[in-house]
Design a protein around this ligand. Sequence first.
Ligand SMILES: Nc1ncnc2c1ncn2[C@@H]1O[C@H](COP(=O)(O)OP(=O)(O)OP(=O)(O)O)[C@@H](O)[C@H]1O
Length: 231
Amino acid sequence: MLAVNNVNLHYGAAQALRGVSIHAEMGKITCVLGRNGVGKSSLLRAVTGQKPVSGGTISFDGVSMNGLSPYVRAKQGIGYVPQGREIFPLLTVKENLETGFAPLSRNERTIPDDIFTLFPVLKSMLGRRGGDLSGGQQQQLAIGRAMVTRPKILVLDEPTEGIQPSIIKDIGRAIRYLRDSTGMAILLVEQYLDFCRELADHVYIMDRGEIVHEGGAETLDTAEARRHLTV
Ligand SMILES: Nc1ncnc2c1ncn2[C@@H]1O[C@H](COP(=O)(O)OP(=O)(O)OP(=O)(O)O)[C@@H](O)[C@H]1O
């Protein structure tokens, strides 16, 4: 289980996270919902180690992650699908997947077949450059690249952003498959309410750097939840 407890995060004098506590359990999809700019990406930067926290603790399976580099966290099992995908445009699809080998030992450096079962389009495009793929295909590639690291927890930053509805469905299916087949924990941050409602086992809502609501997906229909999600 990933446990984020009472985390603060600053950019200079500006505070982006204020005493944030969330849990993401193994075999469950945990969704953090919130409007633009409330701190969702900052929370994931804290979890993946890209931005040091200024207070609080982050642990995974009881091991403290505070102070560990992103590379070490990846080795410990945190897989990351960043906002905007961050595909290498001039590398091929295969080479992009192989960048996921970095935290693996030599004998683990293979591309799992599951990736192509989930996203057959990637198999047919292995030799194409990442920059030639559509937004939806790049998102599938970014998820595939994170799967290469054999994560215990998969962390996704707005996986539906800028993606057409049919691919959003594929991505939802893939996330569910990963939960059910591997028992990994999945933590995703989103603005897209319906996607979270359909997928999540547990939801949090963030507003202005704080967690303001927590519960099962069914609790998203309350007036209080809606108030925090409408602009
Ligand atoms: N590198 C940075 N330097 C300074 N301020 C930042 C930086 N990154 C984010 N912020 C600020 O921190 C706050 C939270 O931003 P964050 O990106 O975490 O929100 P978000 O909920 O992920 O938004 P979005 O949906 O737009 O990605 C915002 O006020 C933002 O302007």
